[in-house]
Design a protein around this ligand. Sequence first.
Ligand SMILES: CC(C)(COP(=O)(O)OP(=O)(O)OC[C@H]1O[C@@H](n2cnc3c(N)ncnc32)[C@H](O)[C@@H]1OP(=O)(O)O)[C@@H](O)C(=O)NCCC(=O)NCCS
Length: 185
Amino acid sequence: MNKRINLYTKNLYIRRQKKSDLTSAYLSWLKNPLVTRYMAHGTQSVDKRSLVQYYLNFKNNPNDILFAVTIKNSGRHIGNVRLGPIEWFHKRSEFGIMIGDQTIWGKGYAYEAIQAVLYYAFCTLRLNRINIYVVQENKAAVAVYKKAGFIVEGCMRDNYCLDGKYGNVLIMGMLAKEFKENDRA
Ligand SMILES: CC(C)(COP(=O)(O)OP(=O)(O)OC[C@H]1O[C@@H](n2cnc3c(N)ncnc32)[C@H](O)[C@@H]1OP(=O)(O)O)[C@@H](O)C(=O)NCCC(=O)NCCS
């Protein structure tokens, strides 16, 4: 697999994350409970050391890709997309996105980034399926994934605990043929 990945959209440049992306701004996203509320590591505090360790897990890893989403004109890093773990035998992968800078939510950047990474996953890597596990209460994420063409395929009841309450996790999926049909439309 090509280690250099450069994806361009109307407003974004998406590439593998670099060590220089591990800034205090990035750390501040992970300290914002509005950003992390529904993410796997939740609102546990993250320090620079754990951020570096997280980054190193992905560096040059062909089976788990952490993309930096940046604004094309300014180079400003606004979030991440994870494509992985990839299971090559089954041609499938998991997927997740975070637009860490909350001040720019609602501008269509997540949708744009999702489309670009899906194109890469289905058309360059030739994967057949992408899986997403998303907290049902995370309205923004469920909406953006549905807008991108993901289908809700199932629901894991009471699969996480937040503020002392259990909540459901949706299983969302997309197949390569569905992406290609949508892309042609
Ligand atoms: C979920 C998230 C990625 C959305 O990013 P965003 O850049 O604001 O999303 P977009 O602007 O691209 O929105 C695309 C569509 O999603 C929907 N949407 C976005 N935010 C929404 C909200 N708060 N409520 C309902 N729908 C919403 C809209 O349908 C929108 O399309 P429209 O503008 O044509 O109506 C962002 O809120 C985020 O990073 N949250 C924290 C991390 C997270 O929870 N990630 C998901 C983990 S699985």
